[in-house]
Design a protein around this ligand. Structure first.
Ligand SMILES: Cc1ncc(COP(=O)(O)O)c(C=O)c1O
Length: 297
């Protein structure tokens, strides 16, 4: 079904469905006005954000749904944000939806689905993240009590820690104040640190003899793009040298999907590793790929 989050969207879907002689299912995305305790850019369930419809307007839409005869409002949807490491905000949001469902029930308005979105956080470092078991045990009773079919949309939780970005050290540069480890990977390949100041562990690909970390100079691990925001990690104790490889951990979600060709850089290949099998699942881009859609006049 369509998850709809504005009246103009409802109007357009209704218009197209009518033109095609269809009646389509939709869920109304409600903004429950919840602070999920994550980065502002991935907070999507607070009333100041562009997402969803406030509860009062949503009530009105349900009461007046006859004005969209080609849409069947079959459910409600929420998605309060991403990388949420505590269950409490989800519980608060579902409880708010409970009140909303009561409103519908009292008016004999029937729906079948409650979509609670995605947003389950993963561990990127040594921070405490509530487990999927805690998530289930705290939420299941509330969800069961609704009697509705429940839909979840976890993204990062499924893939985040299954992927790494491997990059080569192209230079190690010392300045009077800092050391910079310059990689051949950059913000265009993996933008989370630049965009959200996200922390990702960075480790040498090859195991080395234990080193005395006191003798390792703290370094900024950066890319070669002309942006000060082009970094993967700051002040890291990383004993690597030119031509060695590092792994940027937790790059399996919002990695390749957010990659770009900024700075005319070619996106890297993707490799799937399953037990002992290694398969290329996306080819490295070529310069030909980069220019193939450009038109000379
Ligand atoms: C509507 C909706 N559902 C689910 C997701 C997935 O979120 P996550 O990867 O945090 O689970 C997103 C992410 O943007 C989203 O916008």
């Amino acid at each position: 079904m369509f998850n709809v989050e504005s009246v103009p969207e409802l109007k357009r879907i209704n218009f197209i469905a009518k033109r095609q002689g269809q009646k389509v299912k939709a869920a109304l995305r409600i903004n429950p006005d919840i602070i999920p305790g994550t980065h502002a850019y991935i907070t999507t369930g607070k009333k100041e954000t562009k997402f969803g419809i406030d509860t009062e307007s949503a009530k009105k839409i349900f009461l007046e749904q006859k004005i969209f005869p080609n849409i069947e409002l079959a459910g409600i949807h929420i998605h309060i944000g991403s990388q949420i490491t505590r269950v409490a905000p989800f519980v608060r949001a579902v409880k708010k939806m409970y009140v909303f469902l009561e409103f519908l029930k009292e008016r004999n308005i029937k729906i079948n689905y409650l979509n609670i979105g995605g947003g389950l956080g993963i561990q990127y470092s040594n921070e405490r993240v509530e487990s999927i078991k805690e998530f289930a045990s705290k939420l299941s009773p509330l969800l069961k009590a609704t009697g509705l079919k429940i839909i979840l949309e976890p993204g990062r939780f499924i893939t985040g820690n299954s992927g790494i970005l491997v990059a080569k050290v192209i230079y190690v540069k010392d300045s009077p104040v800092k050391r910079f480890i310059i990689l051949d990977g950059a913000m265009n390949d993996f933008i989370r640190p630049s965009l959200y100041e996200a922390f990702h562990m960075i480790v040498p690909v090859e195991k080395k003899a234990p080193i005395n970390s006191l003798r390792v100079r703290a370094s900024d691990v950066v890319g070669p793009v002309c942006e000060t925001g082009d970094f993967f990690g700051k002040n890291r104790k990383l004993a690597v040298e030119e031509s060695e490889y590092v792994a940027i951990m937790g790059a399996g979600a919002y990695g390749q999907s957010m990659a770009s060709n900024y700075n005319s850089r070619l996106r890297p290949a993707e490799v799937l590793v399953k037990t002992n099998r290694v398969s290329l699942i996306r080819k490295r881009e070529t310069y030909q790929d980069l220019v193939k859609k450009e038109i000379l006049i």
